[in-house]
Design a protein around this ligand. Structure first.
Ligand code: SF4
Ligand code: SF4
Length: 436
């Protein structure tokens, strides 16, 4: 049965005891200081919906769209409120109600969530076409001609921010099965993601290399369905369930010691297939087993004991600061492990970032739906990064990587943004004299 705010376990809604400890951690409340823009206020609205005191409305939808889904409130909450479940259920109710009309929005959702993120081959074809557009000179021609002015306002804002597509995706860079050159200790599956695959497939190659260097045989199916995180986050829980079933069929959990994700946002969703498929007798048990096998790559390496590299990733020592992906820190509670891995790398000095787990404004499609708030958060993040004086920002989520890289670029900063695993992989490669 598909749950709604009126049918989910009422205990989840009752957990909030209105203490307000989540308020200082909420970026939207911090901006407006309005109770309704806080976790406590939003939970009160959801409970009123569940109690039948409030009808579904455009105002409620706007409020839930303003929420980043960053889950900082979940970390701060002493009562253990499951905000992720409430948030996804509320967004699912909103989509089902149709209170957010608009033909352009429906077409955009249908094209992305309904088609591209359900068909990995089509997504890669779209990525290749976008690369041709970006590299052929067509992009600058279109911009010079003013044709982008014809786009809807939201797409017009997004167009200059479109990420650069990679020349080759993960299926070209990684063989379906790779064996470690050191004694084999584990068998793992590597999830290549959607955005990661199109924009940062080198991070997937780096992840495979680091796993191989640590005795893991790596299985990476060349074509992988989207994990469904984007669907769940944007109110399409039925599609999210379908994607979860496809991924479980592709990578039966009993076959692996671990199923590895290197994207904080995906990982947070991937390890909650059990609750997502709890009402599906055909997949319930497999989904529970799946959840026990999913690991963020930093977490897995810390668990098995990562071998420290013998060489530095670059010729000169480098100062690195670490930005925490919300869903890695708050959704998966992976906080210490990335820092510990960075400290293992020779030539890297870690400088702490102020408000390191404060959202950068990426948050899925937030920059598209709430551009003003997204920009505020990005400016705040860029300011703190510049205060560190670090030459490199390390972060474990492609959305954060793109967002912060754009913010730094726009601010005229030379600071690079990389995945922590890429620094580790570069250091390993220099041990053998391979190009970093
Ligand atoms: S998920 Fe983030 S933005 Fe939403 S209520 Fe919680 S802290 Fe605030
Ligand atoms: S910290 Fe938890 S219990 Fe307290 S107001 Fe926030 S959500 Fe409610």
């Amino acid at each position: 049965m598909a749950h709604t705010l009126r049918t989910i376990d009422y205990g989840v809604l009752q957990q909030c005891m209105h203490c307000g400890m989540c308020l200082p951690t909420c970026p939207t409340y911090d901006t407006t200081r309005r109770e309704r823009n806080s976790p406590r206020g939003r939970i009160a609205l959801m409970r009123a919906m569940a109690d039948g005191e409030l009808e579904m409305s455009r105002e409620f939808a706007d409020e839930m769209s303003y929420c980043l889904g960053c889950l900082a409130c979940q970390t701060a909450c002493p009562a253990g409120v499951n905000y992720a479940e409430l948030f996804e259920t509320a967004r699912s109710d909103i989509e089902a109600s149709g209170v957010q009309p608009g033909l352009a929005r429906q077409i955009w959702r249908g094209l992305t969530l309904g088609f591209l993120f359900r068909h990995p081959t089509a997504l890669r074809v779209a990525g290749r076409l976008l690369r041709v557009y970006q590299r052929s000179g067509l992009e600058s021609l279109v911009r010079r001609s003013g044709a982008t002015e014809l786009l809807p306002a939201s797409l017009r804002r997004l167009e200059p921010q479109a990420p650069r597509m990679a020349a080759a995706f993960s299926n070209v860079l990684i063989a379906p099965r790779e064996e470690p050159t050191v004694p084999r200790r584990y068998a793992v599956a590597l999830l290549t993601g959607c955005v990661q695959d199109l924009v940062y497939p080198d991070v997937n190659r780096d992840t495979a290399d680091v796993l191989l260097a640590n005795g893991c045989a790596v299985e990476t199916p060349p074509s992988q369905p989207c994990c469904g995180s984007l669907h769940a986050h944007n109110g399409d829980l039925e599609a999210a369930r379908g994607q979860a079933r496809r991924l479980i069929d592709l990578l039966p959990p009993e076959r692996y010691d671990a199923i590895i994700s290197n994207a904080g946002g995906c990982g947070s969703h991937l390890r909650r297939y059990g609750p997502l498929l709890a009402d599906d007798p055909g997949y319930r048990d497999a989904a529970r087993a799946w959840d026990t096998k999913v690991r963020d790559v930093h977490e897995w390496l810390a668990q098995i004991g990562c071998r420290p590299p013998l060489t530095a990733p670059y010729d000169a020592p480098v100062s690195v600061t670490y930005h925490e992906s919300c869903h890695l820190a708050h959704g998966q509670k992976v906080v210490r492990e990335p820092r510990s891995l960075l400290r293992l790398i020779p030539g890297v000095s870690l400088v702490e970032l102020k408000e390191s787990s404060w959202c950068c404004g990426s948050a899925g499609i937030y920059a598209l739906s709430q551009p003003a708030q997204a920009e505020l958060l990005l400016e705040r993040k860029v300011t703190h990064v510049r205060e560190t004086g670090a030459a490199v920002v390390a972060t474990g989520n492609p959305g954060c990587q793109m967002q912060i890289a754009r913010g730094l670029r726009d601010a005229g900063s030379q600071t690079r943004v990389v995945h922590p695993i890429s620094l580790m992989a570069a250091a390993y490669r220099r041990e053998t004299g391979a190009a970093a």
